[in-house]
Design a protein around this ligand. Structure first.
Ligand SMILES: Cc1ncc(COP(=O)(O)O)c(C=O)c1O
Length: 386
């Protein structure tokens, strides 16, 4: 370790990551089995991804310092869009600098909602985007279609259309909202819109890893698809988690993507994603496309971890999302578990996230490259500490 790293770790209370993310990381000078972060295939540290990023830097410099509508387009950006669309089984894509902005990018397509209904555990960026249309916002109980129905009944002004906003996977807990039931409720109030942030579903859920909508059989109706019940579905995500890259992504039909690009100012008013970031991201997408075994390994590890946590008496639902948030007693107990696991070489964050409440949550994120042995070791350490 060089002197700069030593100085900076001793000067900061916030942990400092000193390696690429993956099943093992170095944080504050110590090596850990890593069950934090969301690089579900560990691709952010993959040598081919790193090499592609370096080549991008050499050829294109840091970034274009202009928007996509100016001179900010480059071949790597178009390659990311092509590969992301191919992954999604769609015609086209729009790649922009942040998944946090995906709801912001999409919400401008919703014409005059009479009221907005939002899952109370939705991510911060979903909550913030809900303020863009001038419409009243009502929260419904997390993952509760009956409460959604009751709130719409109580608060939707007559003759207007509802907009429902939700994550595809609850970011704090990994639970799956019943988006299909939401569509069923919304069909009674058509025309209506469901806007989904699939940051944690993209790359993980569904037979092809296309996300929550594939998992629930809803993808044909999304992003310019045909809806036969008057419910439009809009869905965006990030390439910065499972997909091993960086930046926000929306995919859909060519016509739909033209609408997306022209309805907000991300295309002409924001810096394009840096080209070296795009070369690395395109390489990660290529690796995912060429290695279906990544998904099988992730699925195996997800089931293993979730089953093991349940056997310890913790509430880890039997769902295929790759992160599991569990409240284990109070904040003091979780801080103790975090520290003791850490002293045994396992890093599991306790995080205060959208929808967790003040005590926070222990958030286990599994990666396709964890070995079954390491997962067993984590579970056995946890058993000794509970
Ligand atoms: C649900 C959700 N949406 C969006 C984001 C942000 O995506 P990005 O990091 O690409 O800006 C996150 C990141 O934690 C998230 O959990």
């Amino acid at each position: 370790m060089n002197n700069t790293a030593v100085t900076s770790t001793t000067m900061h209370e916030v942990p400092l990551m000193e390696s690429a993310p993956g099943p093992e990381v170095i944080i504050d000078g110590r090596s850990y089995h890593y069950f934090g972060g969301t690089s579900y295939y560990g691709l952010h540290g993959h040598p081919e991804v790193i090499a592609a990023g370096c080549e991008g830097f050499q050829r294109y410099g840091f970034h274009t310092a202009t928007s996509r509508a100016g001179f900010g387009n480059s071949a790597p950006l178009l390659e990311v869009e092509r590969r992301a669309a191919e992954h999604a089984g769609r015609e086209a894509g729009f790649y922009f600098s942040s998944g946090y902005a995906s709801n912001h990018v999409l919400i401008h397509l919703v014409l005059k909602p009479g009221a907005i209904f939002i899952d109370e555990a939705a991510h911060f960026c979903v909550m913030e985007a809900a303020h863009l249309p001038a419409a009243p916002i009502h929260r419904f109980h997390s993952r509760d279609a009956a409460d959604l129905q009751a709130k719409i009944e109580a608060y939707l002004p007559p003759g207007t259309s509802p907009l429902v906003m939700s994550d595809g996977v609850v970011p704090a807990t990994g639970q799956l909202p019943p988006l299909d039931d939401y569509v069923g409720v919304l069909a009674r109030y058509a025309p209506a819109t469901l806007l989904v942030d699939d940051a944690h579903g993209l790359g993980v859920l569904g037979d092809h890893g296309r996300g929550s909508l594939e998992h629930l059989g809803l993808e044909d109706a999304a992003n310019g698809g045909i809806s036969n019940n008057g419910v439009s579905i809009l869905c965006g995500g990030t390439l910065g988690k499972a997909m091993g890259g960086f930046g926000g992504i929306v995919t859909g039909s060519t016509t739909f993507m033209q609408l997306v690009r022209s309805s907000s100012h991300y295309y002409d008013g924001a810096s394009a994603p840096p080209s070296p970031v795009a070369t690395a991201t395109a390489k990660a997408l290529e690796l995912i496309a060429g290695n279906p075994s990544f998904r099988e390994d992730l699925r195996r590890n997800t089931l293993h971890l979730r089953r093991g946590l349940r056997e310890l008496g913790l509430s880890a639902h039997d769902v295929p999302s790759a992160q599991v948030g569990v409240a284990i007693g109070n904040a003091v107990n979780m801080a103790r578990l975090h520290q003791e696991l850490r002293s045994q070489g396992f890093l599991v964050p306790v995080t205060s996230y959208a929808g967790t409440g003040p005590e926070g949550i222990m958030r286990f994120a599994v990666c396709s490259a964890h070995t079954p042995q390491v997962i067993d070791d984590l579970l056995s350490s946890l058993r000794g500490l509970l």
